[in-house]
Design a binder for this molecule. Structure first.
Ligand SMILES: C[S@@+](CC[C@H](N)C(=O)[O-])C[C@H]1O[C@@H](n2cnc3c(N)ncnc32)[C@H](O)[C@@H]1O
Length: 272
């Protein structure tokens, strides 16, 4: 319990970028963009390392395009997104853990259909506002600000975490993974898609190493972590990993096995 609590660091507000400025950074005034920065502030690592990518609205224009996302993932974005979406069924209530540039949320929402529901949570008000703008008119999607290092109150049929973990410092991953596992209903799935260590001799191994060193300082540590054991001993979940593109990407499905659910799991994470 204590170790999970310790993994949630103190966070700071950025005085140069007040909540109101972030919250109103996207939108034309006709949409709800009123979410403020979470009470605990934006995660430190987001402000220090990924400000340019997620907190600067000028970059949205360039980064939030399917073609750019596809290029960043070496042409694999479409099939990774479809593989993740196909893990869920029409009519389900699914949590998307963090916003994703491009059309991932649209694909997921389409998969769930009009009787299903997609809820997207992201720590950055700018990303939430941008998502609401993109998904305007899609009645089965909602987005709100939430730091996923903090526990969640609701239950979902499924959870999808697409390329979030490599952007999170290693010591905070376990906390996020546990928070996501805690909210999935018995029999439901938590789906992670992220980087994985490519096979030896993969032609993009060294170029990716350079990209990680230059832009993604936490990614290298993910390559050395086994997602299926990141949350510790979890007999209440069955884990399955599928590798893509010479092992450079992984899709990990954790399926809740209700009959083995630990009796006190809710108490464990409520204290984080
Ligand atoms: C899903 S990840 C990376 C996705 C991918 N690079 C893409 O194409 O967008 C990016 C998102 O994670 C969000 N994020 C990072 N840490 C978070 C946290 N602790 N809680 C909620 N959202 C977080 C960022 O604000 C950002 O919108």
């Amino acid at each position: 319990m204590a170790s999970i609590a310790a993994a949630v660091p103190s966070t700071v507000h950025d005085p140069e970028r007040p909540a109101a400025a972030l919250a109103s950074a996207v939108g034309d005034g006709s949409e709800p963009v009123g979410d403020a920065v979470p009470a605990h502030g934006l995660p430190d690592y987001l402000q220090r390392t990924y400000r340019w990518a997620y907190l600067d609205r000028r970059m949205l224009y360039w980064l939030d395009r399917p073609a750019v996302v596809s290029a960043i993932l070496w042409g694999n974005a479409g099939r990774l997104m479809d593989a993740a979406a196909s893990c869920f069924d029409s009519g389900q209530h699914v949590l998307q853990a963090a916003a994703v540039y491009g059309d991932f949320s649209l694909r997921l929402a389409s998969r769930l259909g009009r009787h299903g529901r997609l809820e997207v949570l992201d720590a950055a008000p700018l990303q939430v506002a941008n998502l609401r703008r993109k998904l305007r008119g899609h009645g089965n999607v909602s987005a709100r600000v939430h730091d996923l290092r903090r526990p969640l109150a609701r239950r979902y049929d499924g959870v999808c975490c697409f390329f979030l973990l490599h952007e999170v410092p290693a010591e905070m991953r376990r906390c996020i993974v546990n928070n996501l596992l805690a909210v999935v209903a018995p029999g439901g799935k938590v789906v992670f898609v992220d980087y994985h260590r490519p096979r030896a001799g993969h032609p993009l191994r060294w170029p990716m190493q350079w990209v990680f060193n230059r832009f993604e300082p936490f990614a290298a540590s993910l390559l050395g972590q086994d997602l299926t054991t990141l949350a510790g001993e979890r007999p209440d979940f069955e884990w399955q990993r599928t590798l893509f593109f010479g092992g450079m990407y992984q899709l990990v499905v954790a399926r809740s096995n209700a009959s083995n659910a630990p009796k006190h799991s809710q108490e464990v994470f409520a204290s984080v």
